[in-house]
Design a binder for this molecule. Structure first.
Ligand code: APR
Ligand code: PHB
Length: 391
């Protein structure tokens, strides 16, 4: 088999890249380890920056997003029951975010690629990437019992944190940076009308909680928990009790309803540099992870892919390799800005135990008061939250 760009991973990064390239007349093949059903039912974050919506529109996959997504012009930060609304649009010259589930983005992309005859192979467990330091990379895999060899010009590693692409780069070529947080998030999807029109990030002495939503009948809620706890240790009653405690205020209560999905994810920050090795380009979670506070993971993946698609287009249409050569450096500037913001939002809103706990909590209170009293401080949060246009 032959293609111009072999794409490993059919998450949002891989599928969006395939679609953006298709619109430019560039051929790609996508190889995904899991089944299509599995990829599309994975519940992930749901906040799209304005720049992300713009790219999805450009990719011509935003019809349903425009109908069903909810634009938000503000976000709430709460500390010990004091709630502060950050007026995002007012502070950023009218920019906003859109709440629309990541798996819906993936569904829209997969449907679109299918309609256009895109080659996407699901349930391909054994992808190997070879020869990316030569002019002729080869990707090998087995599909429906047949061993295949895919010859290509470039390989895009869009296969997430646990993928194979990054591991094919010799260790000595990479520098990795990592921070593992001593907590996780327990997330639930509940069939109940959201209790607030806007998101609420709450820091309570018991720990962090987040109120988010998916639609007028679906709420998405999170609790800080021990990352090693099993979900069985959290019966629904206990989850609601803890959410009420951490999110409630003197005059506000959370609506409760049937829980239809629940899971626990550990929090981590991770960057692997550079994001290019020969003819292999990493994009999205395969190169970097942020903790979900601020919901930047998908947005960062889209920013990488947008840049990669433009660079490949420059190469195929104009013979220019400048974009490909500067890809890693340009992406990493945004990656580190977002690393900082996600770490900062996490530090402000979570419970930290240990010898410095009392001191840390005082710092959090001070930062919260500063957000409340200073337009400059609130603007810093707002412009990062809606997404910086240029970094
Ligand atoms: N071969 C083929 N596919 C693979 C392999 C492999 N060896 N390893 C992993 N994959 C697939 C995964 O099954 C997954 O579908 O690659 C895909 C990677 O998708 P994501 O993990 O969603 O990563 P990405 O597309 O970069 O999107 C980033 O998704 O993980 C969230 O929070 C993250 O919102 C962020 C966004
Ligand atoms: C979500 O809606 O799933 C969500 C929202 C905001 C976050 C993380 C997740 O920071």
């Amino acid at each position: 088999m032959r293609t111009q760009v072999a794409i490993v991973g059919a998450g949002p990064a891989g599928m969006l890249l395939s679609q953006l390239l298709h619109l430019q007349g560039i051929d790609s093949v996508v190889l995904e380890r899991r089944s299509r059903e599995y990829v599309q039912q994975r519940v992930r974050a749901g906040v799209l920056e304005q720049g992300t919506v713009d790219v999805l529109r450009e990719a011509d996959v935003a019809d349903r997003l425009e109908k069903q997504g909810h634009p938000h012009h503000g976000v709430n930060v709460q500390f010990d029951g004091d709630r502060l609304r950050i007026p995002l649009s007012e502070l950023t010259g009218g920019r906003s975010i859109t709440v629309y589930g990541q798996q819906e983005v993936v569904k829209d992309l997969a449907e679109r690629r299918e309609r256009d005859g895109g080659r996407v192979y699901y349930e391909v467990p054994d992808v190997t990437v070879e020869g990316v330091e030569t002019e002729k990379p080869v990707v090998r895999f087995t599909s429906e019992g047949r061993v295949r060899e895919l010859h290509c010009d470039y390989v895009a590693g869009c296969d997430g944190f646990h993928g194979v692409s990054r591991t094919t780069i010799p260790e000595k070529e990479l520098t990795t940076y990592e921070r593992v947080y001593p907590f996780g998030w327990l997330g639930i999807l509940a069939e109940v009308e959201p209790s607030s029109e806007e998101l609420i990030y709450s820091n309570h002495p018991n720990g962090f909680a987040l109120h988010s939503l998916r639609s007028s009948t679906l709420s998405r809620l999170y609790l800080q928990c021990d990352p090693n706890e099993s979900i069985e240790q959290w019966p629904d009653d206990l989850i609601w009790e803890e959410l009420q405690t951490r999110l409630g205020t003197s005059d506000w209560k959370l609506r409760e309803g049937p829980v239809i999905d629940k899971n626990i994810t550990a929090l981590r920050s991770f960057v692997s540099e550079p994001m290019r090795y020969g003819r292999l380009f990493l994009a999205g979670d395969s190169a970097h992870i942020v903790p979900p506070t601020g919901a930047k993971g998908l947005n960062l993946a889209v920013a990488d892919v947008d840049r990669l698609a433009r660079s490949l287009t420059d190469y195929y249409h104009h013979g220019s390799t400048t974009g490909l050569e500067t890809y890693s450096e340009e992406c990493l500037r945004r990656v580190w800005r977002v690393q900082h913001f996600s770490w900062w939002m996490t530090s402000l809103t979570h419970r930290f135990d240990g010898p410095d706990a009392a001191y840390d909590r005082r710092l959090q209170r001070s930062q919260f008061d500063y957000l409340r009293s200073s337009t400059a401080a609130a603007t810093t949060l707002a412009e990062n939250y809606v997404g910086l246009a240029a970094v």
